[in-house]
Design a protein around this ligand. Structure first.
Ligand code: NAP
Ligand code: F7E
Length: 322
């Protein structure tokens, strides 16, 4: 009998790549998706017939209980969250409810149904925030700088607590930024690659950005979902930091994206304070050495390759819209 996995957040960037990966690995894949009046299934359209979708909401305990029962999974990958940092400042309580308490609801659903189910929590480098260390490892202290980061930190410790209090196989993956052509269009990399493509074909005149000096450790989502899967194949549950170990500025991202379409980024990018954050995270850079060693995992795509791939996909999309 094949292994069964339940993915929350299956309609998101990571959910779609993870579903593809688990299908390739021979899993029977279940996905929790919110009920919406218009379809949010674009990212999983190509594999839709191979998936078992269940409706549910992280704010609604009975729907999660039903989903866990219906999927009867061996592994749960909990990726569902409100993941856009700026919006968490304007919607702090719904962020806490969905991203924070939603994790406790999933853990409870599992504990009640079958505490042997393995659980992956989608942790984030945003929990490090104003990090005291230049490179962040599992030993770095947490200092979140947004309601999103605070909610994820609560979810992190609840995951640790269910492991220690109930003996559950509950693992935190602390993943640094990862992007792809499927990244939401408000996140900075995709905002830049899409704008570069649209400007190149004459559909947009300029690109307004916030803090160009912000540094992030950006990898490819396709690589990172493999690390999630590996984490749940270990003998014991644990916590892991996953990133490339390199960081780049927003400015460098713009320079590569515009270079890919043969344009000078300075001619099109304008700084707009509207995109500055109430509390910024200036720089993040992973020390992923432990995850690489224990999981035998390596990122395969460089930052430069990934940004150029995203620009090419965005170019193809704007051209096909014509
Ligand atoms: P994403 O594209 O924003 O996807 C988030 C998913 O959560 C979507 O499927 C969304 O459904 C679902 N969701 C939101 N609210 C929900 C609710 N109330 N009930 C059920 N589902 C809900 O995020 P991502 O980039 O794939 O990231 C996956 C996870 O990793 C998230 O938890 C994120 O916080 C975390 N993370 C991401 C990164 C990164 O760089 N990408 C790094 C570290 C951690 P809809 O489609 O209906 O909106
Ligand atoms: O911002 C700066 C901004 O929104 C990156 C989420 O997946 O990764 C993501 O969070 C940086 C910030 O991602 C604009 O100030 C400049 O310093 O792409 P982002 P994020 O906030 O790092 C983490 C790991 C997660 O867990 C989150 O879920 O870029 N920046 N100008 C801008 N950012 C945006 N969005 N838009 C701008 O115009």
């Amino acid at each position: 009998m094949s292994d069964r996995a339940l993915i929350t957040g299956i309609t998101g960037q990571d959910g779609s790549y993870l579903a593809e990966h688990l299908l390739r690995e021979g899993y029977e894949v279940y996905g929790l998706a919110r009920w919406t009046s218009t379809s949010n299934e674009d990212r999983i359209e190509h594999i839709r017939d191979d998936l078992n979708l269940l409706t549910g909401d992280l704010a609604d305990q009975p729907s999660l209980d039903r989903a866990v029962e219906a999927a009867d999974p061996d592994e749960v990958y909990h990726l569902g969250a409100l993941s856009f940092v700026p919006e968490s400042f304007t919607q702090p309580t719904v962020t806490s409810n969905v991203t924070g308490l939603g994790t406790t609801r999933m853990l409870e659903a599992i504990r009640k149904y079958d505490p042997e189910i393995r659980f992956y929590q989608a942790g984030t480098s945003e929990m490090f925030g104003n990090a005291p260390d230049e490179r962040q490892s599992i030993d770095t202290g947490f200092y979140p700088r947004s309601p999103y980061g605070v909610s994820k930190l609560y979810a992190h410790w609840m995951t640790v607590n269910y492991r220690e209090a109930h003996g559950m196989y509950a693992t935190n993956g602390i993943l640094f930024n990862h992007e792809s052509p499927r990244r939401g269009t408000q996140f900075v990399t995709r905002k830049i690659t899409r704008a570069a493509a649209r400007i190149a074909v004459g559909e947009q005149d300029e690109l307004r950005l916030g803090n160009l000096n912000a540094k992030r450790d950006w990898g490819h989502a396709r690589d990172y979902v493999k690390a999630m899967h590996l984490m749940l194949q270990q003998d014991e549950p644990d916590d892991y930091v996953v990133g490339t170990g390199e960081h780049h500025t927003v400015r460098e991202c713009a320079q590569i994206a515009f270079d890919e379409v043969g344009l000078e980024w300075e001619e099109y990018v304008k700084v707009d304070e509207k995109f500055f954050r109430a509390a910024e995270v200036d720089a993040l850079q992973a020390d992923p050495s432990r995850a690489k060693r224990k999981l035998e995992w390596e990122p395969t795509t460089t930052f430069d390759e990934m940004i150029r791939e995203m620009v090419q996909k965005d170019l193809a999309a704007v051209r096909s819209d014509d």
